[in-house]
Design a protein around this ligand. Structure first.
Ligand code: GDP
Length: 524
């Protein structure tokens, strides 16, 4: 049966999993792909990744460190929905790439380790999602291990992250005594370590087990009932509307490793996660996903999948309409059209040529150096640009030069391309024109150095100038160069905007006391 494009779009669910490293993101991703039939054995995602790109040089860094530097996209079908999971690097040196990936999703799943609770990186990633007002679903993982009290975790969510929560289910015991979850949403108990349909036990209208069962003797069961009563009386009410606005996070308990509660989570998530959402243009016009004309924006550029060809892949989040291979698209920034014959779609890391993708999907465009992060692509006659992707305030800076001055041309070309890709941020000093690079995570510098050598044949020298507090200026015209000094460097960014790089917060306050009229601001 042919599906209309409208139905196709409505069936899309595009999300990312955010977490602190080791919370279990890879493990749950594998389980989700397994349910979708995208992989035969749960537990092969990491291995594949390494094998697949063994030819790619700078991915060496990933292999050596056993971490994922770049995000990838995975697609699978489940229960009539087509699901796109955008992977985000979990390493603590995660870069702006991770943040930008969150601009391309319609919902986020926040994984939390039951023993560790809310961790620093969870907070950073959460904030980006919060800013966008997208729905956030919480999965509290590793219930097969001893962890914090569930009520304490709920309180932590509200206090540390400032988001209200609603427990969709509740654990009955934990660790070795983990008996299962009390599923408030589906009105049943799901037993741990019991397979098949037997694992579900019905509840009666008072909220207790409907039929006699040994679990009734357990103090953990008693405790869970007590907690549920407390939640019913004093907890938040479930509101689909508030979930959609990202004001209330539905919380699920489970264990990714033992595959407990994952399927129930997936099914409930699919019920409440939004279908593709509209996006605003620079003129604040909302482009509806059901608009016939194809449009999208580039949120990520990944280079050198194949070092021999030095190709890049520009990842496009499709915002509206449908994309067909061979289509001609326009990039308003360049006032140029491109016929797109080489496009790729991502299925559990296997690259396949895409024939049709609709709003909500991610496609990869083969790029020979034309595109840049944030570019809009349009399949029709319209001309507009999607609102700019946010730039992130870097915290780390280096001064960079080419080891061999004769290589200056390659040096500048390499920097330009890597900056366009969003791999690193570019700054320069005012008169001496020294090049500074800014990053969110240290690893970005390492990747930069490696790629300059391998792709542009330039060895660079990087001098660490440490962490800085970067601030842009609203009233640039009032800035005098004499305001700058040892503790407050004055530089320009790639758009020629003035930026102060303060040695630390203290130096910034000191500056502010002396120059109260200068209006400083930070980016995201
Ligand atoms: P990521 O860094 O967030 O991708 O985390 P991984 O998925 O790689 O998991 C980190 C570690 O936690 C691995 O050793 C996993 O086997 C383990 N792990 C993941 N989920 C669970 C779980 O539900 N229970 C237990 N006991 N361990 C888990």
């Amino acid at each position: 049966m042919e599906h209309s494009i409208t139905d196709e779009i409505n069936a899309r669910r595009t999300f990312a999993i955010i977490s602190h490293p080791d919370a279990g993101k890879t493990t749950i991703t594998e389980k989700l792909l397994y349910f979708g039939g995208a992989i035969r054995d749960a537990g092969t995602v990491k291995g594949r990744k390494t094998g697949k790109y063994a030819t790619s040089d700078w991915m060496e860094i990933e292999k050596q460190r056993g971490i994922s530097v770049t995000s990838s996209v995975m697609q699978f079908d489940y229960a009539g929905k087509r699901i796109n999971i955008l992977d985000t690097p979990g390493h603590e040196d995660f870069s702006e790439d991770t943040y930008r990936t969150l601009m391309a999703v319609d919902a986020a799943v926040m994984m939390i380790d039951v023993a560790r609770g809310v961790e620093p990186q969870t907070i950073k990633l959460f904030k980006v999602c919060r800013m966008r007002g997208i729905p956030i679903f919480t999965f509290i993982n590793k219930m097969d291990r001893q962890g914090k009290e569930p009520l304490d975790l709920m309180e932590e969510l509200e206090e540390v992250l400032g988001i209200e929560s609603y427990a969709m289910n509740w654990p009955i015991g934990m660790g070795k005594e983990f008996l299962g979850i009390y599923d408030r949403f589906n009105n049943r108990i799901e037993q741990a370590r019991v397979e098949g349909e037997d694992r579900f036990l019905a509840l009666d209208e008072d909220g207790g087990l409907a039929d006699t069962h040994p679990m009734m003797e357990s103090s953990y069961y008693e405790q869970a009932l007590e907690d549920i009563m407390l939640l019913n009386e004093a907890g938040n009410e479930f509101s689909e509307e508030r979930v959609a606005k990202g004001e209330l996070t539905p919380v699920f308990f489970g264990s990714a490793l033992t595959n407990f509660g994952v399927q129930t989570f997936l099914e409930t998530f699919l019920q409440f996660a939004p279908s593709p959402q509209s996006r605003l243009t620079t003129e604040e016009v909302a482009i509806d996903p059901q608009t016939e004309e194809f449009s999208g924006f580039i949120f990520k550029i990944q280079a050198n999948m194949n070092p021999a060809h030095r190709d890049r892949i520009a990842f496009v989040r499709v915002v509206s309409g449908a994309f067909n291979r061979g289509m001609t698209v326009t990039v308003p920034r360049l006032s140029r059209s491109f016929k797109l014959t080489q496009t790729t779609q991502f299925l559990a890391d296997d690259r396949e040529t895409v024939n049709e993708a609709v709003a909500g999907d991610i496609i990869g465009l083969h790029d020979t150096g034309n595109y840049q992060i944030g570019d809009t692509v349009i399949g029709g006659k319209s001309s507009f640009s999607f609102a700019a992707l946010p730039q992130f305030t870097p915290e780390l800076f280096v001064r960079v030069t080419a080891k061999n001055v004769m290589k200056s041309k390659h040096f500048h070309k390499g920097i330009l391309q890597l900056v366009q890709e969003g791999a690193i941020q570019y700054y320069r000093t005012l008169h001496t024109e020294e090049v500074l690079l800014g990053a969110v995570g240290q690893l970005q510098f390492e990747v930069f150095e490696h790629r300059m050598k391998n792709e542009y044949n330039v060895e660079v020298q990087m001098e660490n100038i440490g962490s800085k507090v970067a601030r842009w200026i609203h009233n640039e015209e009032d800035v005098k160069e004499s305001m700058a000094g040892q503790r407050a460097m004055l530089v320009k960014d790639r758009y020629d905007k003035l930026v102060f790089l303060f040695e630390n917060e203290f130096a910034m306050r000191w500056f502010h006391d002396r120059n109260p009229d200068i209006e400083l601001y930070s980016l995201l």
